[in-house]
Design a protein around this ligand. Structure first.
Ligand code: TYM
Length: 341
């Protein structure tokens, strides 16, 4: 019997942040531990997505490998038999399917994607690559028949678009694609019922983002413990002077509580047992700084032990297998639209 596919990816456009680590890396590591016996896992770097917004192209290749080293340092088992790791641009079927699907996506629905709208407002010009990238993301998912796509909640609309495109295509041409499960089921599946979203330390109503220029609000995984401590100690809070978990009223404090709970492997309720109703934001910041510093120290040590060669060897193996495997689904889609007989 074929196993259901779990698939997720993370761009390599910039250095990884603590937000990426807690929102994507750790959940993926946990998912692999929990599900590798019953599911096929696909974990990839959507490297063609990396420059939908401007990047330093001279470091892109290295950054892709370094991202995968980060996963390995976080406990992701690169040699697990049920897990495939790969780069999008090394499997041309992604781009082929993207070109086909682009003709079934509507300008209106793509213009409503909040990620596109946000970036469009921030920049003078945006690329058409940014506009259409949710369609490439749909191709990434549909190409492997993935039912489960663990994502942070900033990607919810993109999952919904993927489902819409799959259904639209299937309705027109007959069953071609597996339609991934809907958002709420995805959250339950990956235990992210509240959709982890780590916020910027300087502007906690926004997510901690690697692509927005927000050095004070972003903890990079390459930060030293001292740099991270400085950022946490100057994190924006509120003037309510009472600790509680409430992203509406106390986004800054809630962000710190969330970071602390994830790094110390406790639930928010467990963290709140100690902190609820306390009034010193400084004390909380000191404790969170310690958990972040301890984490960074250990992480840097582990990362140093994983060479780029280990990662490149595994990538080459899996990409060869998947280039063969994706050919059949691509052929099916090409046949549906009349490109093959
Ligand atoms: P990307 O690279 O922006 O983010 C990768 C994953 O990290 C999550 N994430 C966060 N979670 C919590 N807090 C944060 N501050 C935070 N920042 C990022 C994101 O929700 C995501 O799960 N379009 C995707 C990449 C992609 C993809 C795919 C993912 C392309 N094709 C197919 C899955 C399947 C993206 O830009 O993610």
């Amino acid at each position: 019997m074929t196993k259901e596919v779990i698939l997720t990816g993370i761009r390599s456009n910039a250095e990884l942040t603590l937000g990426n680590y807690l929102g994507a890396v750790l959940p993926m590591v946990q998912l692999q531990k929990e599900k590798h016996e019953s599911y096929d896992l696909h974990f990839f770097i959507p490297d063609l997505h990396s420059f939908t917004t401007p990047v330093d192209h001279s470091t892109l290749y290295k950054q892709t490998i370094d991202h995968l080293r980060t996963f390995a340092a976080a406990g992701f088992d690169l040699n697990n038999k049920s897990t495939k790791i790969y780069r999008q641009s090394f499997i041309p079927a992604h781009s082929e399917l993207f070109t086909i699907l682009n003709n079934f996506a509507y300008m209106g629905e793509l213009s409503r994607m909040t990620q596109f709208k946000d970036k469009n407002e921030q920049a003078d010009t945006v690329s058409s690559g940014l506009f259409t990238y949710p369609v490439l993301m749909a191709a990434d998912i549909l190409l492997y028949g993935a039912s489960w796509v663990p994502l942070g909640d900033d990607q919810k609309q993109h999952l919904e678009l993927t489902r819409d495109l799959a259904l639209r295509f299937n309705n027109k041409f007959g069953e071609t694609f597996v339609v991934p499960h809907e958002w709420n089921k995805q959250l339950e599946f990956s235990h992210r019922d509240n959709g982890v979203r780590i916020r910027s330390l300087s502007n906690p109503t926004k997510k901690m983002s690697k692509s927005v220029d927000d050095p004070r609000g972003t903890i990079l995984l390459s930060d030293t413990p001292e740099e991270a401590t400085k950022k946490i100690m100057s994190a924006t809070t509120d003037d309510l002077s009472e600790i509680d978990f409430d992203f509406e009223k106390r986004p800054g404090i809630s962000n710190l509580l969330q970071i602390h709970s994830l790094l110390t492997n406790q639930t928010i309720d467990q963290v709140l047992e100690l902190w609820r109703s306390k009034t010193s934001y400084g004390d909380l910041k000191t404790v969170v700084s310690k958990s972040v510093s301890d984490f960074l120290g250990t992480y840097h040590e582990k990362l140093a032990q994983i060479s780029p060669e280990i990662v490149e060897t595994k990538l080459a193996e899996d990409e060869a297998i998947l280039n063969e495997r994706t050919a059949s689904l691509l052929f099916q889609a090409q046949k549906s639209v009349g490109l093959r007989k």
